[in-house]
Design a protein around this ligand. Structure first.
Ligand code: ME8
Length: 509
């Protein structure tokens, strides 16, 4: 039987800058989602990559004294090299400068032309290079783009896409697919933007060269957002719509983006696709924005956070956990050293790490280093096991909404219940009085930790893996299909020597 498919994408990042915490955030969130789906039996395609064309990148190359190709080859590597260091399990990495992509974008263009959605005209208006976006006079705020980026006046021949005709189809799309844009606040924003009417969109420029030439008119370079958005279908094999990858994975299940680029993904992209007679993606989730100790993160403020510094200081899984746990996914978040250390020491070291360590070291010392014999289970044991067994269902619901923080809260409810159970059952007191009951309690706890570790793999893959090693769980018994009563630990299985998985973060050096 073929497995269900799941296709998830990150934005492709501009290579004018070094990767920072914001890029790492989106990519880690996608990785967490992709791992969850893989463990849940899906055939997953997870795509990330780099957006290498356009005026912004051309200018950055000039500033670096390099031609754009040499420059993009170098800086794209920074993004690609970061992935293994963040334990990102992407299946493909796309660069918009690749041949496969040029072919795909030009085919989208031809489809739009063939269906009468492109016409030649003249653009006269504002353009922000930093946003790579056009703005009407009425949209400017104090002479700048709403993002605060400077704008320049542009007047040049341009091809236009008839976006104005797509207002009704877009509103219908949002209406018929209430989950197309999430969270709800972003959906409302987009619906009200589109309801206000759409202007035709300039989709080519003649004043710079670094991009994909318009087919049959190479004085024009395609608008970088039409080029960039198309990456999502390029990677599925488009224009070969008969190929297996395309048939299996398009339309995408989820485009994960930051709130800054929701309009491009939820308005322009579906309009381009509908106009080209191609299926639209199922969902766009726009997450919030990170600040650093309360301040906007920017190069000019000198407070850009390098994700590798965080990994080095706090540990990779600790950072991944913090980013997924600290803020409701979709809201803005503030990075602060204090909150990071709090999460590491309270949630990971005290609650979860200590639970596993207490149980495993007790079994190593007083249980001959083997999985204890469960014996007959009493009501409190059954209650805890039931909570652990039911957790997957709860997590599926939260992950379906990308509610990563709530999913982690659910996990911690079981962590809390298990810690209370240890205190109540006090296995150390049973050692002499009732060794059989002690074995039951330890078995129940090990089973609970097994569930917790399996279900925590998406967020903290390395640490959860080490925990499962210590529980003696084989590599092929770590998927979600091993959750529940049918796959209980087998009494007598020898266990490796335990060691703490989540150490405390010490500030005293
Ligand atoms: O927009 N907090 O690329 P980009 C949270 N090339 N997320 C942040 C962030 C922050 N402070 N800063 C950046 C582009 N991000 C286009 C995309 S897609 C077809 C083309 C994340 O390099 C967030 O996901 O400016 C945001 O949407 C993305 O980086 C922007 O990356």
């Amino acid at each position: 039987m073929s497995r269900p498919r799941y296709y998830i994408t990150t934005p492709i990042y501009y290579v004018n800058d070094l990767p920072h915490i914001g890029h790492a955030y989106t990519t880690i969130a996608c990785d967490v989602m992709a791992r969850f789906k893989r463990l849940d039996g899906y055939d997953v395609m997870f795509l990330t990559g780099t957006d290498e064309h356009g005026q912004k990148v051309e200018t950055a190359a000039g500033n670096a004294g390099l031609d754009p190709r040499t420059f993009t080859d170098q800086v794209s590597r920074n993004f690609r090299d970061l992935l293994p260091m963040l334990d990102i399990g992407n299946d493909d990495f796309i660069r918009t400068t690749e041949d496969r992509h040029r072919i795909s974008v030009q085919e989208v263009w031809r489809r739009l032309v063939a269906r009468g959605h492109i016409y030649l005209g003249k653009y006269a208006g504002w353009y922000s290079v930093r946003d790579e976006a056009y703005f009407a006079d009425s949209e400017l705020v104090d002479g700048q783009a709403p993002t605060g980026a400077p704008v320049e006046w542009v007047e040049e021949p341009s091809y236009f896409f008839d976006l104005s005709k797509w207002q009704e189809p877009l509103l219908r799309l949002y209406e018929e697919n209430p989950d197309f844009i999430a969270p709800r606040s972003r959906r409302n924003e987009v619906v009200s933007f589109v309801s206000g009417g759409l202007r035709d969109l300039s989709v080519s420029r003649t004043s710079f060269r670094w991009g994909v030439p318009v087919p049959d008119d190479d004085d024009h370079i395609m608008y970088v957002w039409l080029d960039a958005l198309t990456n999502y279908i390029t990677a599925t094999g488009f224009p070969d719509t008969g190929c297996e990858r395309y048939r299996q994975f398009w339309p995408a299940d989820l485009h994960m983006v930051g709130k800054d680029i929701v309009r491009f993904h939820a308005v322009y992209w579906p309009a381009f696709l509908m106009a080209a007679d191609l299926p639209v993606p199922k969902r766009v989730f726009a997450h919030g924005w990170w600040t650093n100790e309360g301040q906007k993160i920017s190069k000019s403020l000198g407070n850009v956070i390098d994700p590798l510094d965080l990994v080095e200081t706090y540990g990779l899984d600790q950072m991944r956990y913090f980013l997924m746990r600290e803020v409701p996914f979709g809201n803005d978040g503030d990075f602060s050293q204090g909150s990071m250390i709090g999460r590491i020491n309270n949630d990971l070291a005290n609650d979860f790490g200590n639970l596993a360590q207490r149980v495993l070291s007790f079994v190593a010392r007083h249980g001959e280093g083997r999985v204890p014999d469960p014996g007959p289970l009493a009501p409190p044991d059954l209650a805890l096991l039931e909570q652990a067994d039911c957790l997957l269902d709860a997590l599926r619901k939260e992950y379906a909404n990308q509610a990563f923080n709530r999913a982690l809260e659910r996990v911690w409810e079981v962590v809390g219940a298990a810690n209370r159970y240890v205190d109540e059952q006090a296995p150390w007191q049973l050692r002499r009085s009732d060794p059989a009951r002690m074995a039951t309690v330890l078995y129940t706890l090990m089973e609970t930790v097994r569930h917790l570790a399996i279900l925590m793999q998406p967020v903290v893959p390395g640490s959860a893996g080490r925990m499962l090693d210590q529980l003696g769980i084989a590599a092929d018994a770590r998927e979600f299909s091993s959750i529940g009563a049918d796959h209980r630990l087998v009494a007598g299985t020898p266990l490796p020597a335990p060691s703490p998985v989540f150490p405390r973060f010490r500030t005293d050096g």
